[in-house]
Design a protein around this ligand. Structure first.
Ligand SMILES: [Zn+2]
Length: 254
């Protein structure tokens, strides 16, 4: 297992690549990233830091357990959430963790999830901020989208960021796992953005890049009559093909 310094280094590299201006995933302080250290703690981006230029000191180490407890606890006001986040920090005097830290705790506690990247890619948000958003997300368009992004995405209607959003994401992910028998790779939040979750940093980068490409293709189809989604049988076939499973493992760098 990678040691904590190596995990932090990998997280910094992943965050900077997700923040590359050419990828148009984020500007300014948008987006946040995290990586599991072990069963007890994880690294998460500090509030106000910027992905393109972030360094090791731009992350907070936080304890998972007290954050997961918030998901099942009572509703909290903004000050109580801020205090609970600070109390979960290994260094309570350090930087303040991202407001989405509870959501990261929930996703990093799923089996096989080690890295999480949340961004606001322009093409993805062009869809997530549209009136016809649910119709736009009813299928997959091409085989590589299925290989990298999975057979479907989790869709989360708009919820107030922070604890309410973390609770809805947890519930929608649980529904996805019982429907598909696997972790989701892509979570799409209405009027907000994308979350990519994976076993490796490379997974998260690949998923973000492919979800962004698929969004551009989907928008492009509307110039020529709208999307021709793959049939359920083609989708099931690609998801199950052994050569595609092999390609999936090679792409994730595992
Ligand atoms: Zn966001």
């Amino acid at each position: 297992m990678a040691d904590r310094l190596e995990i932090l280094r990998t997280l910094v590299d992943m965050s900077r690549r997700l923040g590359d201006p050419l990828a148009a995933n984020v500007i300014l302080g948008e987006g946040n990233t995290s990586a599991r250290i072990d069963a007890e703690t994880f690294f998460v981006k500090a509030s106000g830091t910027q992905l393109p230029t972030i360094g090791p000191d731009g992350f907070c180490e936080v304890r998972t357990e007290p954050l997961l407890a918030l998901l099942d606890g009572p509703d909290l006001d903004d000050t109580q959430v801020k205090d609970a986040l600070q109390a979960a920090c290994v260094d309570p005097e350090g930087l303040r963790p991202s407001v989405e830290t509870i959501l990261h705790a929930s996703l990093l506690s799923l089996p096989d999830v080690r890295f999480v990247g949340h961004t606001h890619p322009e093409a993805v948000n062009a869809i997530l901020c549209a009136r016809d958003v649910t119709e736009a997300l009813t299928g997959r368009l091409f085989p590589d989208e299925i290989v990298v992004c999975g057979p479907a995405s989790v869709y989360v209607p708009y919820v107030d960021p922070g604890l309410p959003l973390a609770r809805v994401v947890r519930d929608k992910v649980a529904e996805y796992i019982s429907a598909w028998g696997m972790n989701p790779r892509v979570i799409l939040m209405q009027n907000h953005g994308l979350i990519a979750i994976g076993a490796s940093a490379r997974d998260v980068e690949n998923i973000t890049a492919m979800a962004s490409k698929a969004a551009r293709i989907l928008l492009g189809t509307h110039a020529l009559g709208g999307p021709n989604f793959l049939s359920p049988s083609s989708l099931a076939r690609i998801s199950a093909r052994p050569d595609e499973k092999y390609r999936q493992a090679m792409l994730s760098g595992r």
